[in-house]
Design a protein around this ligand. Structure first.
Ligand SMILES: Cc1cc2nc3c(=O)[nH]c(=O)nc-3n(C[C@H](O)[C@H](O)[C@H](O)COP(=O)(O)OP(=O)(O)OC[C@H]3O[C@@H](n4cnc5c(N)ncnc54)[C@H](O)[C@@H]3O)c2cc1C
Length: 486
């Protein structure tokens, strides 16, 4: 060990989420000495909330008779991003995602199904590979595998700064669980700190919505953009779509399993803060699109206005769209009546009125405006033709009181876009060349997405996290060996 460092490894992985753990395990298999630094008390990050990951031409798809070609996946990413995605990063992911399925299975994962997120969503590819115990269990398997190979995992240990010498990354400074600084030497550093969903200032800086303080993070609170900032400090460049987010409409104070929250994003009637209908609510079938809508509205919220008939329908027949496997599409929202009443009672973003005018007063909207807007909507529903926003389905009149309004605000799952990398996951510096010894993976790395997240290829974020992790490990291993051999 040199005097420069307290401890040295071949590879230091910053962030113990999906991308970081995939990287650490692969590097362990490759025979490297590896340390994982994780700032939170547990591993997993936002990956531990994920249900599944995308892959193309996987054996799990083939054995179920599901055919999603790499060609269609590649074209899907490129078209959806208006060709703004980095074709070489997209290609590397598309080509290798099916190997990730095999690798995770080799670690013990069992795939229970391969599905879409919303059956009614047009053109959605069947790419969402759901492992038993979801991704949280895959993280447990990766942790066990890493530990068995001697990978050292340091929890409550935050990386603070990259160490650079002669233009090459040589390690990191971290703060250990006792708050002490540690200098860790490394032949390569892989950064997978999961983006900046939990950093309102960075949300305001990089996204266009200007509502960073209002955005509710439902993922890991530790994803505060640390890795991005550390990489910028050593010359990394932002990818052009660094402001890409995966937003969704969310009821403040609720979780993704809540039935009131689910009622709030059904494609029924949404009005803005002035009580006016504001979009084609069909966007609710794709929560990413709906998230973009809600963030862009005045005040960044909408009211979902429903009546007793819709509540009865959601309870008896099930919801039109769910939220992944947290609430399945078609699931009967049996908790809705009691949950909604207690939310109204608690004043928790839900309000009730026996008449439309009472409801308008409760939510601070001009009663005449709301009444007129609902009357117009009901006329369209009865005519079966939405001449205002051209919604082809779900035209359910709102006319049988009591009436309810659920306030939906922007929730965030993850940010994507990050910094510029090449197809080896190497971080690109200001001169357009890789910064030697530095890699970025998962949500910190840019290239797969354009302006918005592509929910029509479900599982892309986690699929990319797991795939970019092991790809970075393989390249770093080869680079380290070349230097050793030279
Ligand atoms: C509710 C929910 C459901 C989701 N469902 C899906 C899904 O089904 N499919 C899908 O594709 N995507 C899904 N996602 C998104 C997906 O989980 C993530 O985009 C992806 O897995 C992120 O992986 P990552 O490794 O980049 O980040 P993470 O898994 O978040 O890992 C980053 C880690 O870095 C740590 N860290 C941060 N700063 C530091 C630091 N300074 N030092 C050390 N460690 C640090 C964090 O604490 C964290 O553990 C979901 C997200 C949420 C919130």
């Amino acid at each position: 060990m040199t005097e420069e460092f307290d401890v040295e490894y071949d590879l230091v992985v910053v962030g113990g989420g999906g991308s970081g753990m995939s990287c650490a395990v692969q590097a362990g298999h490759n025979g490297l000495t590896v340390a994982v630094l994780e700032k939170m008390p547990t591993l997993g990050g936002s990956s531990s909330f994920a249900e599944g990951h995308a892959a193309f031409e996987s054996d799990e798809q083939e054995k179920r008779g599901i055919h999603v070609s790499k060609d269609e996946a590649f074209q899907g990413y490129i078209d959806y991003s208006h060709w703004r995605a980095d074709a070489s990063v997209v290609s590397r992911f598309v080509e290798n995602a099916n190997k990730t399925i095999v690798k995770m299975r080799n670690e013990g994962a069992v795939y229970e199904e391969v599905i879409t997120t919303a059956p009614d969503q047009p053109d959605e590819l069947v790419t969402w590979h759901i492992p038993k115990g979801e991704v949280a269990h895959v993280i447990d398997l990766l942790e066990a595998s890493a530990r068995s190979m001697g990978v050292e995992i340091f929890l409550q240990t935050s990386a603070k700064q990259m160490l650079m010498k002669d233009g090459k990354i040589v390690g990191v400074v971290a703060e250990d669980a006792d708050g002490q600084p540690v200098r860790i030497g490394a032949k390569a550093v892989v950064v997978g700190t999961g983006g900046y969903a939990s950093n309102p200032e960075m949300l305001n800086k990089f996204t266009k919505f200007g509502c960073g303080d209002q955005i509710i993070n439902i993922g890991n609170p530790g994803n505060t953009g640390d890795g991005l900032n550390m990489m910028f400090d050593v010359g990394a460049q932002p990818f052009e779509s660094i402001g890409t987010t995966l937003l969704m409409p969310l009821m403040r104070g609720k979780t993704v399993t809540s039935h009131t929250n689910t009622a709030g994003f059904q494609p029924y009637l949404w009005v803005n803060r002035d009580g006016r209908r504001c979009t084609n609510e069909i966007c609710g079938l794709n929560f990413g699109n709906a998230g973009d809508v809600v963030a862009g509205l005045p005040g960044s919220f909408y009211w979902s206005v429903i009546d007793q008939a819709q509540i009865d329908h959601l309870v008896d027949d099930g919801c039109e769209v769910g939220l992944g496997i947290y609430v399945r599409t078609g699931e009967k929202l049996v908790n809705l009546p009691t949950e909604l009443e207690s939310d109204v009672e608690a004043g928790l973003s839900a309000f009730k009125g026996d008449t439309i005018e009472d409801l308008a007063t409760a939510i601070g909207v001009d009663p005449a405006v709301l009444a007129a807007e609902i009357a117009e909507y009901n006329t369209l529903c009865h005519a079966g033709k939405d001449t205002k926003f051209h919604k082809a389905k779900y035209l359910l009149a709102v006319e049988k009181g009591p009436f309810y309004a659920i306030k939906m605000e922007p929730g965030i799952m993850v940010t994507m876009g990050g910094i510029k990398i090449n197809d080896n996951m190497q971080v690109i510096g200001a001169d357009g060349k890789p910064i030697e010894g530095l890699y970025s993976v998962g949500c910190d790395a840019g290239g797969l997405f354009g302006e918005s997240y592509i929910l029509t290829i479900p599982g892309s974020a986690n699929g990319f996290a797991l795939t970019s992790g092991w790809l970075a490990a393989d390249h770093a291993t080869a680079a380290i060996r070349q230097n050793v051999d030279a």
